[in-house]
Design a protein around this ligand. Structure first.
Ligand SMILES: Cc1cc2nc3c(=O)[nH]c(=O)nc-3n(C[C@H](O)[C@H](O)[C@H](O)COP(=O)(O)OP(=O)(O)OC[C@H]3O[C@@H](n4cnc5c(N)ncnc54)[C@H](O)[C@@H]3O)c2cc1C
Ligand code: FES
Length: 353
């Protein structure tokens, strides 16, 4: 028997089949429920069951602990309805007109701004004019239909774009980044599906913005920041970008972020290194990047955070900002770069950063 799901505060309703994921049913009904990994890991689709019963599905306790379960939280990508349910979750506006498609593309250029980072430029067919929202990602389709997600670093355009930029970090032993990408050449053909995800700037908010990136997490943040500048958001809401890496070369486009501080009043850039070496000649901030945010904003009630990058950084930020900074749960938005290693080792992801 089908059940009815009601979303709050929007009041949107849709039907869900027994055993069907609530996220999938909601998306099929046309509602922009936040999501990213669709594996029960990233918490992006986390909602609060305020009425009715759900089967929470396969979610490791590292990602949804006992206290959260007792408080009524569920990961909607895994949860199915056991009765009519009412769920509290903030839907996303602005995704109308964004269509997910499989698109052929050609590599037009590969830059190497750091030894383990490639900036890959993709050229889309001329008639493509891809529409997306800053912060979204694509899935590269590799042989055997193996998929790998990469954030779009390009700023969106109201008329769509025909070129995309990806920032890809090499992972030792990684199928794509270590095995395939180093052998790829300009003009090589690829295919991707996208745009995907709901990591996006909430433009209805008036809260100051903290962008938090680790390593190539800068990719989505770059698109969001450039979108914000284009919309004049920095003049209404101060923007603080905290970009963390181990050494100086992890901040492979620090020059770009620096240039924004001169061009856009209201924008601030705080680079942070956790393992600076003498070769870094570093006199800036050190330590874990999310702790630098907490030092500067010990009280985060009036802040909105957009975090992107290593899953361990994203999880530590979510936990500490809410617990120690008093950040509102619905003011933390994130895309965690989960890899096969993370999916196979939930404990590592939940570890202390
Ligand atoms: C929403 C999203 C957006 C992302 N955006 C970006 C981005 O913009 N830039 C970016 O650099 N990355 C991004 N990622 C990460 C990216 O999708 C890949 O996971 C990453 O590039 C590694 O892919 P790979 O094929 O090289 O490695 P994989 O083959 O996936 O392997 C990753 C690591 O896990 C190890 N491993 C493989 N299989 C196992 C196993 N069974 N058990 C234990 N360990 C294993 C490998 O040795 C390697 O070290 C994103 C991820 C998500 C979910
Ligand atoms: S989308 Fe459900 S936990 Fe990531």
């Amino acid at each position: 028997m089908k059940h009815t799901v009601t979303l709050q505060p929007s009041g949107h309703t849709f039907e869900v089949e027994p055993g069907e994921s609530i996220l999938r049913a909601g998306q099929a009904a046309g509602f922009a429920i936040p999501f990213s990994c669709r594996q029960g890991v990233c918490s992006t689709c986390r909602g609060k069951i305020v009425e009715g019963q759900v089967d929470l599905g396969e979610v490791h306790p590292a990602y949804l602990n006992e206290a959260d379960r007792a408080a009524g939280f569920a990961h909607l990508c895994q949860a199915s309805a056991l009765s009519n349910v009412t769920i509290e979750i903030r839907e996303l506006e602005g995704l109308a007109g964004v269509k997910v498609r499989k698109v052929p593309c050609r590599i037009s250029r590969i830059e190497q701004p750091a030894p383990d980072v490639a900036i890959v430029h993709l050229r889309l067919p001329m008639n493509e004019n891809m529409m997306f929202v800053a912060g979204q990602h694509i899935e590269l389709i590799l042989p055997g239909d193996v998929r790998r997600c990469y954030s779009i670093a390009t700023k969106p355009n109201v008329d769509g774009v025909t070129a995309l930029e990806l920032h890809i970090r090499r992972m030792q032993g990684g199928l794509f980044t270590d095995g395939m990408l180093p052998k790829m050449k300009e003009r090589e053909l690829m295919r991707f599906e996208g745009p995907l995800g709901t990591f996006a700037l909430r433009e209805d908010s008036t809260k100051p913005i903290v962008f938090l990136a680790s390593g190539t997490g800068f990719s989505a943040i770059k698109a969001m920041a450039e979108h914000a500048f284009g919309r004049n958001i920095h003049n209404k809401r101060p923007i603080h970008l905290y970009w963390g890496g181990r050494t100086r070369q992890d901040l492979y486009r620090a020059d770009l972020a620096e240039s924004w501080t001169k061009e856009f009043p209201g924008f601030h850039f705080i680079p942070v290194l956790s393992e600076a070496t003498p070769a870094c000649a570093w006199s800036g901030r050190t330590g874990f990047v999310h702790l630098a945010v907490l030092q500067d904003f010990p009280s985060m009630q009036e802040i909105e955070v957009y975090a992107c990058g290593a899953p361990v950084m994203v999880e530590a930020a979510r936990r500490d900002f809410i617990k120690d900074g008093g950040l509102a749960e619905d003011s933390f938005f994130a895309d965690a770069f989960l890899s096969q290693a993370d999916l196979n080792n939930p404990q590592a992801n939940a570890a202390t950063a």
